[in-house]
Write a protein that binds this ligand. Structure first.
Ligand code: PMV
Length: 338
């Protein structure tokens, strides 16, 4: 057996990302290949940090992976998902050593914002480096995608585009950076409208939408034009144009999911109230635009100078519990390696 010399442990961090052109639907469930492209903004101060170590004695020496979340053993479903992901890394590295994984989220507790995007982006980087692999950004994006479709985007900072790709093996279903986090001073204000986990997870919801929503094909065929317009708006730093695409994409995604059978409705009354607040802000001359993910929270894109005004309007919206104001952030990066 050849001796492999691995770093003791590697810690990587990644910010979560919020899609402005949404990903909703897979062309291959096993490889987690998206049916259409998407476009997002990676955020600072809302993400994951993960430490990985592969060693014969890792995890107590019984040969099994040990997965900790916020310092305690992770719930079995999450741990199994992490183990399956580690298997991809082990196969690629050509060894079968067990791993110790410790993840913490820099997400306000119980905000319902826990993000698989940041988690799997950080894990892809930490685990591949801890396994002695040096992957390119595109390869890391492809690997992160296997954990969660949106994680492929969190490998990059700032504005990011994810390609659906056409290859059956998914090698071209990867993200790329469009504009780094320092290039455009925007903010995303997150109106928290509920506590607790979302009604239905994104994978199950996407599958049900694809199988039963009469609007699914219409949704998919609408995405390429939205991507073109969003890309052009970002290149021109045109917030109003980008915001218009973001609102339209979110509403089309949710309309498509609502039309599934049984229906998928993520909104609550505060979601709708926050959308109204955003429209009222615009009527009053503030350039602000909403998007909504697979949950009831409302995320509002605006210029940095307008963020205090947007935050104040959301904070007094009935049903909004609190508001986070987040700046663009960097992609997955190494925090510590020894
Ligand atoms: O990456 P997943 O499987 O959690 O799916 C993400 C789905 C949305 O957040 C609703 C949209 C998106 O593009 O991030």
């Amino acid at each position: 057996m050849t001796e492999i010399s691995l770093p003791k442990s590697v810690t990587a961090a990644a910010g979560t990302n919020i899609a402005l052109v949404k990903y909703w639907g897979k062309r291959d469930a096993a490889l987690n290949l998206p049916a259409a492209g998407s476009l997002s903004l990676t955020l600072a101060n809302l993400g994951s940090e993960t430490t990985v170590r592969f060693a014969p004695d890792a995890g107590g020496g019984d040969g099994r992976d040990c997965v900790l979340f916020a310092g305690a053993p992770a719930d079995p479903k999450f741990a199994a998902r992490v183990q399956r992901f580690l298997d991809l890394v082990r196969t690629r590295a050509g060894f079968r050593l067990p791993a110790e994984v410790a993840t913490t989220n820099t997400v306000p507790t119980a905000a319902g914002l826990a993000s698989s995007a940041a988690g799997f982006a950080a894990l892809a980087l930490a685990a591949s480096r801890a396994a002695g692999l040096r992957l390119s950004a595109a390869e890391l994006s492809e690997l992160a995608r296997r954990g969660s479709g949106s994680a492929a985007r969190s490998i990059f900072g700032g504005f990011v585009e994810m390609s659906a790709g056409t290859r059956a093996d998914g090698a071209d279903a990867v993200a790329r950076g469009l504009l780094d986090e320092k290039a455009w001073d925007v903010r995303l204000c997150v109106a928290i409208t509920a506590e607790g986990p979302k009604a239905i997870g994104s994978t199950a919801a996407m599958e049900r939408t694809a199988l039963t929503s009469p609007y699914y094909q219409g949704w998919l065929s609408s995405v390429p034009a939205d991507l073109d317009q969003a890309r052009a708006a970002i290149a021109a730093r045109d917030l109003a144009a980008l915001g218009a695409v973001a609102e339209r994409s979110a509403l089309r995604m949710h309309a498509c999911a609502m039309a599934a059978n049984p229906h998928i409705l993520y909104w609550n009354p505060a979601t709708v109230a926050a959308m109204s607040s955003v429209k009222a802000l615009r009527t009053g001359g503030t350039s602000a635009f909403f998007t909504i993910d697979a949950g009831p929270h409302v995320k509002v894109l605006c210029g940095a100078a307008d963020a205090p005004r947007v935050e104040a309007a959301l904070a007094v919206t009935p049903g909004v519990m609190r508001v986070l104001v987040l700046a663009p952030g960097q992609g997955a990066h190494i925090v510590n390696e020894n």
